[in-house]
Design a protein around this ligand. Sequence first.
Ligand code: 13P
Length: 341
Amino acid sequence: MTTTELETTAKMMVAKGKGILAIDESTPTIKKRFDTINTESTEENRRAYRDLLITNPNSNKYISGMILYDETIRQSTSDGIPFAEKLVADGIMPGIKVDTGAKDFALHSNEKITEGLDGLRDRLMEYKTLGAKFAKWRAVITIGSNIPTNACIEANAHALARYAGLCQESGIVPMVEPEVLMDADNTIETCYDVTEKTLSKLFATLKSQDVSIAHTILKTNMVISGKKCTTQANIDEVATKTIECLLKNVPSELAGIVFLSGGQSAELATAHLNTMNQKNKDLPWPLSFSYGRALQEPCLKAWGGNSSNIEVAQKALLHRERCNGLACKGEYDSKMEDAAL
Ligand code: 13P
């Protein structure tokens, strides 16, 4: 492994005013997204949709990297240029989702363990030849009655550490993602406690497995009220509690933190990130985004599976990319949303 290579990639991923576009939905997940626009999830439709996301002119002003799915990294633009090659030509780093999904956790009902370690060293070598610079692994932590258990948090942290080690060995930056889901009726305080437990266990495990924290990117949830909670914390509270939790539990040598959107609306996800960056100018790590739905949703709707809508869909995507790029610097203003209409 060359640490210079890892350092350069990690720094570029969280370069000032830039973030990551997550387009690594698995085939079952992209089908769910396509169902919302009544579009069949054929291989060609998936390619065409990813094509418009990847070839969007000017995305590189705000996007440092895109996370691809196994099928996508093997596909090409309509002009026949492999997607990874097109991204590199535009100054955007290709990333790859390498876990094989969250499966039922043995002996623990309603909890998940992420799989994908078997054969990972060989898969990483292949992805590297296909152009991948960083890789993502998502662990799922569910809030509910008597869950998460310590067993679930520990098993997922251990898998994340083993994957991160293999990535660094291959010269690929690991983006470790322990996602505390926001779908339940829990308060923001419960989310804080679970996120704190998850992050402290994760970093202790990464260290005990000798993973270089300085060459790792954390992708995390915000500390937020569960979607079904009757009291919804406001933007300032989410920003304050998220920063407090991160400062307490994330080592300062970490290369950077990016957030997932987790089901927040596009505008709210931007507003949360903006407030965090506006109010905290001297954090130990860059604070950026790696949104899937919060970047793609307006674009997916505008496209609607119809090739005549590509231009308007790309405009909708660029608008969200720009807003989030500005939010990384605390320079976003919600008035920008009206101007875009
Ligand atoms: P969302 O922003 O839609 O939560 O997706 C981000 C992601 O990549 C989850 O792994």
